[in-house]
Write a protein that binds this ligand. Structure first.
Ligand code: HEM
Length: 134
């Protein structure tokens, strides 16, 4: 059953509360049995019903438990056709804050290595000078 392929137009026909498909990472899930239990409410799920919900799902930062529930709802995978909306792949760090965070972390690492190198060189020179003094 999970091997069934759906096109975007197939998925878009399932956009009601009783029959609700969502696409997350190019897999198709039937969320109708879960919608009443969704801690985030039914409204958000109905909003993305019949559509690609990857971004919405990932933006919330759902837990591993949520991902496990998702696995139980799978009905198939998405068959992309020409002219379909582009895949909404989620790239961690794609948001501006995350990018600047990781960028500053990268710079911090270089500075750390640089300072470490300078200190090691200084210590080496110091020891050398001391040895020559003896
Ligand atoms: C079928 C797909 C989905 C499943 C199985 C699911 C499952 C869950 C689960 C188990 C939680 C509890 C917290 C956690 O474990 O992370 C949660 C919270 C939440 N979900 Fe979803 N979710 C789905 C789709 C979505 C979508 C598309 C949105 C759109 C924005 C959304 C919005 C939220 C929000 C805002 C919360 C936080 C609620 C709170 O803490 O007050 N969810 N979801």
């Amino acid at each position: 059953m999970a091997d069934k392929e759906f096109t975007y137009s197939d998925v878009s026909e399932h956009a009601t509360k009783k029959d609700l498909y969502v696409v997350i990472h190019d897999k198709v899930y039937n969320a109708s049995s879960f919608i009443d239990e969704h801690p985030g409410g039914e409204e958000v799920l109905l909003d993305v019903g019949g559509q690609d919900a990857t971004e919405a799902f990932e933006d919330v930062g759902h837990s591993d438990e949520a991902r496990e529930i998702l696995e139980g709802l799978i009905v198939g995978k998405l068959l992309r056709k020409d002219g379909d909306p582009k895949p909404k792949t989620y790239e961690p760090g794609a948001t501006s804050t995350a990018t600047s965070d990781s960028a500053s972390m990268g710079v911090g690492l270089y500075v750390f290595i640089l300072i470490g190198g300078v200190l090691a060189f200084g210590a080496y020179k110091y020891l050398q000078a001391q040895q020559e003094g003896q």
